[in-house]
Every structure is written in structure tokens, then in C-alpha cells.
Ligand binder design. Structure first.
Ligand SMILES: [Zn+2]
Ligand SMILES: [Zn+2]
Length: 173
């Protein structure tokens, strides 16, 4: 969804959009949308800048870092994005200065704000760097690749963890 900058005033304009998962590809190697994305908020125009504030909710499916099982993670974020645009009334030098001051300051291409792009970026920013299906995930067997949460392949028994060898010694008659 595009928001025409010309249609915005200082007072702002409310927006709401619901995306089906296939309408908003995340373009990420691992993450994919597990449910619809709802984004709503208010966009307003300031001098040489568009401010978009809103909230977004969806859920994302990611693979567990240890066993690769799919995990669905709810994503609920509040965001604020400030976008510069080439305003005929503002000096272009000033716009360049603004960009230098703030690395997050992105510039709108054309005459509209791309809400799809903002939504995609907010979802990706909300994802954790590490994802586990559960604290107790046993992961995959390094020898045969079996998912140790599902079955005990037997390989692990051959290597005795030093923490357990003391315990095993105690159990011996
Ligand atoms: Zn796991
Ligand atoms: Zn194994």
C-alpha cells in the first residue's frame, strides 16, 4: 500500500491494512509469515519529512536453531518511522544534512510512502537472533543427524559427558 505524500497534512491521516501472508513476502532466508499482517497507524507530513507511527501484529515461522523444527512466534510491535522526501519548498542542502545526522533516516523514492516496505522492515527487526523450539531442545545428533527430541538414535550414548561419568561411577555396585 502506498500513501501519497500529497494527500498528507500536518494533522495526518489514519491508515489500516491487512495483508495475507503471500502479499508481503519477507525476503528472508529463514523467516516466513505464519498469519496475516495487520498494520495500522497514522501518517503525517512535517516539513521535508513524513512521520509514520503505528502498530503491527502478525506471527512468523522460524526454524529452531538447534533442531530446525518450525516455531511460530507472535510479533506485536509499535513503530515510528521518519522518512525524508524531496520537498520543493525545502532546500535540498537541508535534506542532505538531515540524512547525514541520522543513519536511520531513509528517503522516500517518488511521491508516496511504501507502507509494505515499512511493514516488512518492522517484522524483520522484531525477529530474535536466536530461536529455540523450547529451552530443553536436544537438537540434532552430530553423528547421524537424528532429531534427538523425537528419538534416541543411540550415537549419543557412546560419548559419555564428563558431568555424568562421575554419576555413573556412583551407581556401580
Ligand atoms: Zn529445537
Ligand atoms: Zn545419532
Amino acid at each position: 500500500m502506498k500513501i501519497e505524500i500529497e494527500s498528507l497534512t500536518e494533522g495526518g491521516k489514519d491508515f489500516e491494512r491487512v495483508y495475507a501472508p503471500e502479499e508481503l513476502p519477507l525476503e528472508d532466508e529463514f523467516a516466513r509469515l505464519a498469519s496475516r499482517v495487520r498494520v495500522r497507524g497514522r501518517a503525517r507530513r512535517k516539513r521535508g519529512e513524513v512521520e509514520v507511527r503505528g502498530s503491527l501484529d502478525t506471527s512468523v515461522e522460524l526454524p529452531c536453531d538447534r533442531c530446525a523444527a518450525p516455531v511460530v512466534l507472535p510479533v506485536n510491535v509499535d513503530f515510528k518511522a521518519e522518512l525524508g522526501f524531496a520537498d520543493a519548498n525545502a532546500a535540498s542542502e537541508e535534506a542532505t544534512e538531515l540524512q547525514d545526522e541520522d543513519m536511520d533516516f531513509s528517503v522516500v523514492e517518488g511521491d508516496a510512502v511504501d507502507l509494505d516496505e515499512i511493514a516488512r522492515e518492522q517484522i524483520l527487526l522484531a525477529l530474535p537472533t536466536r530461536m529455540l523450539c523450547g529451552e530443553g531442545c536436544k537438537g540434532l545428533c552430530p553423528t547421524c543427524g537424528a532429531n534427538l527430541n523425537e528419538r534416541d538414535c543411540g550415537c549419543a550414548q557412546k560419548e559419555i559427558d564428563p558431568r555424568w561419568s562421575a554419576l555413573a561411577a556412583l551407581k556401580k555396585p
